[in-house]
Design a protein around this ligand. Structure first.
Ligand code: ZN
Length: 508
């Protein structure tokens, strides 16, 4: 085992160039959820060339895929998200807001790094499995439209994880760690309420109109009063995504889109129920008709103890990357730029401890990996490819993501993942122990059922208009690895590029 683990680390170091190319390439595609077309084509192309069998368009999602190699047990599924954030376009390595394409989407969460990490780990392990004739199946899959928490429940509902023994998920972070038990953060249900009324000339015959926009406003007012009585761990936010066409036409159609977040499945469903009541009341007040559509769902995350402890041993062996002075200079400058209160001292140089189950639940974001974590034993490897202390879902979170910071973090993370896969391939008892935890601890008092029904369909039309506008503008900036050694080089960026302070720059 030790010899194989040493070998797999050397192999990944040897292929570090490949990690850089994949990370930079996916960064440059900058595709929003449900439209990760170039990303899907590129990554599945690499996997296919390396002998993986690909099923495209799984669960009715054109950019989703399921890649498998090998045979027999255990079946290990490794996944990561691939989509980016609206309006987060940003030049890498530049320590202030400087978009590649103004207004365009960008990797302001760092979802460009996880799947390249998984590919690195899978290819290295595959070579060893082949030579040593190890039994086992490797699956790679993408978290499509994670920012909309919009696909993973469909994968579980449609049976993709029925034959899977365990899932290793990866997510960008600013340290390297893994946790078990209930994670901090929430689960959610994302719902669009649409109201239909009757149009009329707003000045000529307003008494004949029934305004759907009024229903949206009244629903929002009702919900904001209800919010006062929400538990502080809950979170809810909305956008009005359609409010009519022009003032002199009474809006016959309007819609509002809510995320309802809570820390347990029953509480999410109770919050959703409250939302539905208020929507119905708004329809009644305005004599409009209300319909709703689920656009996304995510169970609160619960991670596997046996898997996490196994992985943490490998995290200790690999440790954090060696950051250069340039890496640290960039990180500190970005922290200053966004007024980070939490972190001001650059990149992490001390490894995190293993994450324990939260004693007092903490509110916050969600990831639909929660659904998979309730379907099969699952962990998330958080790998160090980003700068600590940033606000998230923001252009500043994209700055590090096509620089040596991201590249080194992916190489370190790939080693941890590959070594952990070897643990499970060579010690089947660990797989059984993981299931013991899943059956006797995690699901002892809570069984999983997706929040979506058999008839719900993924909302693949979302983001279509934005990508139609921006994909052609982003295309000239796709990374050309044949011509340029790095994406920084292609964009002509000096690493790091710092803000020149007009008052103090003289002589500095
Ligand atoms: Zn994410």
């Amino acid at each position: 085992m030790q010899a194989l683990k040493t070998e797999v680390q050397q192999e990944i170091d040897k292929n570090a160039k490949m990690a850089q190319v994949m990370v930079d390439k996916v960064f440059s595609f900058a595709e929003l959820g449900f439209h990760e077309k170039e990303t899907a084509k590129y990554i599945t192309g690499i996997l296919e060339k390396n002998g993986f069998k690909i099923e495209h368009g799984i669960s009715g999602v054109p950019t989703a895929w399921w890649a498998s190699w090998g045979s027999g047990k255990p079946v290990i599924a490794i996944g990561s998200d691939v989509d980016c954030i609206p309006r987060a376009s940003q030049k890498p390595g530049v320590a202030y807001h400087d978009p590649i394409v103004e207004g365009a989407p960008g990797h302001g969460e760092g979802h460009n790094a996880g799947v390249p990490l998984n590919v690195m780990a899978a290819l290295a392990v595959k070579n060893i499995m082949k030579r040593e004739k190890l039994s086992g199946t490797l699956i790679l899959w993408p978290g499509v439209a994670e920012e909309l928490v919009a696909t993973k429940a469909y994968y579980t509902r449609d049976g993709y994880f029925n034959e899977v023994d365990m899932c290793i998920f990866t997510h960008v972070s600013s340290n390297m760690n893994v946790s078990y038990g209930q994670a901090s953060g929430t689960g959610l249900i994302s719902v669009e309420y649409t109201f239909e009324g009757e149009s009329a000339h707003s000045a000529g015959s307003p008494w004949r109109g029934r305004s759907a926009a009024d229903a949206v406003e009244l629903m929002n007012i009702g919900w904001n009063y209800a919010r006062e009585h929400m538990h502080p761990l809950g979170r809810s936010h909305s956008i009005i995504n359609y409010g009519g066409d022009q003032p002199n036409v009474v809006p016959s159609k309007a819609s509002i889109w809510y995320y309802f977040r809570e820390i347990t499945y029953p509480k999410i469903m109770a919050t959703y129920e409250r939302g539905n009541e208020i929507a119905e009341a708004a329809a009644m007040m305005t004599r409009t008709k209300m319909s709703k559509r689920i656009l996304g769902t995510a169970w609160p995350r619960h991670f596997n103890k046996v898997m996490a402890e196994t992985m943490y041993e490998n995290i200790k062996t690999v440790g954090l990357p060696q950051w250069s002075e340039a890496d640290q200079t960039l990180a500190k400058a970005v922290q200053r730029e966004v007024n980070s209160q939490r972190d001001t001292s650059g990149l992490k140089v001390k490894l995190d401890t293993i994450g324990l189950p939260v004693k007092n639940p903490v509110s916050g974001g969600s990831d639909d990996i929660g659904d998979i974590s309730w379907k099969v034993p699952t962990i998330t490897l958080r790998f160090p490819s980003n700068i600590p202390g940033l606000q998230g879902h923001h252009w500043s979170n994209a700055i590090a993501m096509a620089t040596p910071i991201a590249h080194k973090g992916v190489v370190a993370g790939a080693k941890v993942e590959a070594m952990t896969i070897l643990d499970f391939l060579l010690k089947p008892e660990l797989v059984n122990q993981s299931w013991d935890y899943y059956k006797n601890v995690q699901t002892a008092n809570q069984t999983y059922e997706p929040m979506i029904s058999e008839s719900d369909k993924p909302a693949t039309y979302l983001n279509a208009d934005i990508m139609e506008e921006y994909a052609p503008k982003l295309k000239p900036f796709y990374y050309n690895e044949k011509k340029y050694d790095s994406y920084l080089e292609q964009l002509g960026i000096e690493y790091p590029t710092l803000r020149v302070d007009k008052n103090t720059s003289e002589g500095m």
